[in-house]
Design a protein around this ligand. Structure first.
Ligand SMILES: [Fe+2]
Ligand SMILES: [Fe+2]
Length: 402
């Protein structure tokens, strides 16, 4: 008996204008966002980031981590060189405007711009778009390389990959947010294309041979990003960028950072700066870890925004203590998740050395690296359901990032 004939014809294809696709300029103009919630790049289903409180946004500071090792100095030097070159070619200025000028009503913005004492809104935007298009590269390169390493060695990664990819995603959202303010010219697009081609490959090779230095480089780069956004915020607050003074926040930013509907572009820039401070903190902390054996302390919980905004990064001992406190919270042996605890790093060393060795997590015996007292605060990001999946093995109670 012959088998029934199977219809192998593909389903009827929808007309081209009804396909779900997103062009480089946002959602396809033919799609109706009201009729089809999947048709738009806007909406609460897109990527989100926790909203910062005003206190958390204010806690972000410009901080520099002095380089210690040869790799640190190299990374620091390259970042400074890149910054100076970039400042020169984009005409960046960071002059102190006298108080008496700022107190004039109205502030002579046109005159200051003519003298090239301040940046225009277009100059700020050009700089931000170029920076953000580059900033999205390192996390993706590092995440990809660690992903491939995990596949190649058939070994767990220790929770680094997701944090790195999340950073890349966050930077891409920064770029997409500012693109809604104004579209770049073809010259800007060409610059982004060229810079991406060079930077991806250089960072890829650097991360292959010296991942610690690569993370330190990103940490130093983010120090500069915090510095630049702090300058931008001060200019907008002072009235030196009148076009942005009360400009409403783009919808994509309201969705992403869960902002109130009446948020302004200035609120968005402050949130972006807090994100950059997080990248600074995370990358400097990761650079202090053993790249092969240590797990990522931020895989299951993140430090409070105040810590991320004001400390360059955790030392390896502080990361160990942070992981230990996270473990205690997730196992229900400590305070409730979401509540902040403070503990000095001296007890961290004690706790770390007293911890059971965990061969899979390979959180190895720690060496003291710093005598500076510092506190660590924890905010559990994703508290798991009670009794689920936190015991890595009977010998190791440490939460088990993959
Ligand atoms: Fe960014
Ligand atoms: Fe960043």
């Amino acid at each position: 008996m012959k088998p029934a004939k199977v219809d192998v014809q593909p389903a009827e294809r929808p007309a081209m204008e009804n396909w779900l696709w997103v062009s480089g300029h946002g959602a396809h103009p033919a799609r109706d966002a009201q009729a089809d919630p999947l048709a738009s790049s806007q909406g609460s289903w897109t990527l989100t980031q926790p909203m910062y409180s005003a206190k958390e946004l204010d806690s972000v500071k410009v901080v520099d981590r002095p380089p210690e090792t040869v790799g640190d100095k190299l990374a620091h030097g390259v970042v400074k060189l890149l910054r100076r070159s970039f400042d020169f070619f984009t005409g960046y200025v960071a002059k102190e405007i006298p108080k008496e000028v700022l107190e004039q009503k109205p502030i002579p913005v046109a005159e200051l711009r003519a003298k090239r004492d301040i940046l225009t809104d277009k100059q700020w935007l050009l700089r931000i778009i170029l920076l953000e298009s580059i900033a999205g590269v390192p996390g993706m390169v590092a995440g990809t390389l660690r992903h491939l390493r995990s596949l190649r060695l058939m070994r767990r990664d220790g929770g680094w990959i997701h944090t790195l990819l999340e950073e890349a995603e966050n930077e891409r959202m920064h770029l997409l947010t500012f693109l809604t303010v104004s579209q770049p010219t073809w010259l800007t697009r060409a610059l982004v294309l060229a810079a991406q081609g060079v930077f991806w490959n250089v960072f890829f090779l650097t991360y292959l041979v010296a991942p610690k230095t690569a993370h330190r480089f990103v940490g130093a780069l983010e120090e500069e990003a915090v510095r630049t956004y702090t300058h931008c915020i001060q200019d907008v607050e002072s009235g030196l960028v009148p076009e942005w003074k009360n400009k409403p926040a783009p919808q994509i930013a309201i969705d992403y950072w869960r902002m109130p509907a009446d948020a302004t572009l200035l609120d968005v820039i402050r949130a972006v700066r807090a994100d950059e401070a997080t990248h600074r903190f995370v990358n400097h902390s990761l650079a202090n870890l053993d790249q092969k054996y240590d797990f990522n302390p931020f895989a299951l919980a993140e430090a409070s925004p105040e810590i991320r905004g004001s400390v360059p990064g955790f030392t390896r001992e502080e990361s160990a203590e942070f992981a230990r406190q996270t473990q205690a919270k997730l196992l229900g042996k400590n305070e409730e998740p979401g509540k902040t605890v403070n503990r000095s790093s001296s007890s961290a060393l004690h706790l770390a050395s007293a911890a059971p060795r965990c061969p899979t997590m390979a959180w190895r015996a720690l060496r003291p690296q710093s005598n500076q007292p510092r506190t660590a605060a924890i905010r559990i990001r994703h508290p798991p359901p009670a009794g689920q999946g936190m015991k890595h093995s009977s010998a190791c109670q440490v939460p088990a990032p993959a």
